[in-house]
Design a protein around this ligand. Structure first.
Ligand code: NCD
Length: 317
């Protein structure tokens, strides 16, 4: 049976723990001089990126290569997509070349779910519009568990542009599966309609929430999703300065955190807006670790989806 990872909701508690434990084992490979396992030799992984990406794209590429898969990385720019080819035709073309898995990032929320209906191989969602980014949530959970030793009962505060954030959506779903307590902090204009039904608390007061947090995850304000050139940003928040004053994580605010608390950010950061440079580079920051952990977690996901074991994760179709 084929398997996909389209949403963090595809993962049961056992699935999620299996990914984290597998990533823990695979992380050892990245510490060797020869960073390669033969596990996916002869398999082909296609990275299909229709939206900009630095970390996610390179990390999936490295993950597949460390498992010895053949990897094709395809960016929409410079391809026939700019000539008007549809996602479906692009996918069928790549499948005709024998891909076993397609890792897809697309501005269309739902693109990966549709791909999963059109092609035979496994589909991994690497970010679809404002919908989901399940491997980011997995690498975040992995980072929290590594740093703090547990996920159950962990108080996680996610701050910023929740409305446009697929990272926030996937994190809320996965963290609630894993037993963490999530609080979302944002201006009312940057919270989605229906957030009341999410398995998370909502607050507008960052200063009140910080001392009660084990993890603070800062999010970028996604101007590219606020009109074609971000020109509608003013409808969401008065100014970058005002946003920073109310929702930015600076040195003064960090000083109110508990001793062990950590600061996370999925990247890309806008230093000086949602996070002060001193905080991004400070001892509590896990931002660079998150990137390294991303490779191990994506190796685990590809391994579990394509490795052919009975304990495969994800949703069947
Ligand atoms: C995020 C994304 O693309 O959703 N970044 C990432 O994958 N590391 C968040 C963002 O773009 O702000």
């Amino acid at each position: 049976m084929k398997r996909h990872l389209l949403s963090a909701a595809d993962l049961s508690y056992d699935d999620a723990i299996l990914v984290l434990d597998t990533a823990e084992e695979l992380a050892q490979v990245s510490e060797r001089t020869i960073k390669k396992l033969p596990t996916l030799r002869g398999r082909t992984v296609v990275n299909l990126f229709f939206e900009d990406s630095t970390r996610t794209r390179t990390s999936f590429e490295l993950a597949a290569k460390r498992l010895s898969a053949d990897v094709i990385t395809f960016s929409a720019k410079g391809s026939s997509v700019s000539k008007g080819e549809t996602l479906k035709d692009t996918a069928l073309t790549l499948e005709a070349m024998g891909s076993d898995a397609v890792v897809v990032r697309h501005s269309w929320s739902g693109a990966p779910a549709n791909l999963a209906r059109w092609i035979r191989g496994s589909v991994v969602n690497a970010g679809d519009g404002t919908h989901e980014h399940p491997t980011q949530a997995l690498l975040d959970a992995y980072t929290m568990r590594r740093r703090l030793g547990r996920l159950e009962g962990l108080r996680v505060t996610i701050v910023g542009d929740i409305l446009h954030s697929r990272v926030a959506r996937s994190n809320v779903l996965l963290l609630s599966t894993l037993g963490a307590d999530v609080t979302l902090v944002a201006p009312p204009t940057l919270l989605p309609v229906g957030v009341g039904s999410w398995p998370a608390q909502v607050s507008y007061d960052l200063d009140a929430v910080l001392p009660k947090s084990d993890v603070v995850m800062m999010l970028r304000v996604q101007r590219e999703r606020m009109g074609p050139t971000g020109e509608q940003a003013a409808a969401y928040f008065p100014s970058a300065r005002e946003y920073s004053r109310r929702y930015g994580l600076d040195v003064r605010r960090v000083a109110t955190l508990a001793d062990e608390a950590i600061v996370m950010h999925p990247g890309p950061m806008v230093r000086g807006m949602e996070i002060a440079p001193e905080v991004a580079d400070g001892v509590r920051s896990t931002i660079v670790e998150q990137v390294a952990n991303g490779v191990s977690v994506r190796m685990a996901v590809l391994y579990l989806l394509l490795g052919g074991s009975d304990s495969a994760i994800g949703s069947p179709s």
